[in-house]
Design a protein. Structure first.
Length: 191
């Protein structure tokens, strides 16, 4: 793995994933398999070198384990996708309640189906499997602050894809030429 997307959901992670693929990186988005032994507690000494076959990983749950993954891949760069917290909340709330809802009472014991996986990861990331505004915003802001404080500047790119940043920031950070095509913007919301 060369690139780890450390931004949380609804911050342009799908657009980043697509951009990395357009740049020739083998990218994985929203991995629902490789960290399950960590998430379910079945492995007390997990192997975080589980992404040797890909160049990039974006979104949760991998973003939640940025410390362990960046230690396992010491030459990997980190990309924190950010957006305004108000805009983020107005995007994540309908996404998690209307497009990919999770029932409030769900069995979180493995083996998981996709719904119980989502619930587990959301609970870990945001403190609740269902959106709660104060709690979700708090976790969002705290995650971004921790990433900025802990990952050295030369290893971290902070990019606001939702706000319009794209190739001009991403390509120099990765040391690749800027493509002659528009930056991909996937899953745009009106907020």
């Amino acid at each position: 793995m060369k690139v780890l997307g450390v931004g949380l959901s609804r911050t342009g992670t799908t657009s980043l994933h697509r951009a990395l693929r357009l740049l020739g990186f083998k990218s994985l988005h929203y991995d629902t398999v490789r960290l399950n032994d960590v998430l379910d507690g079945s492995n007390r000494e997990p192997n975080f070198r589980c992404y040797d076959d890909v160049d990039a990983v974006c979104d949760i749950p991998a973003a939640l384990f940025y410390r362990e993954l960046l230690t396992a891949y010491p030459s990997a760069k980190a990309i924190l996708t950010v957006r305004d917290p108000d805009s983020w909340w107005w995007s994540v709330h309908p996404y998690f309640t209307q497009i990919y809802p999770v029932p409030p009472a769900i069995d979180l014991r493995p083996p998981w189906n996709l719904t119980s996986f989502r619930a587990t990861v959301r609970d870990l990331a945001y403190g609740s499997s269902t959106p709660k505004e104060f709690l979700y915003r708090k976790r969002f802001v705290e995650h971004n602050a921790r990433v900025r404080a802990e990952i050295p500047g030369q290893r971290l790119l902070v990019i606001d894809i939702v706000g319009g940043e794209g190739w001009e920031k991403l390509c120099p950070f990765l040391g690749v030429p800027v493509p002659k095509r528009p930056f991909p913007h996937i899953n745009r919301t009106k907020s």
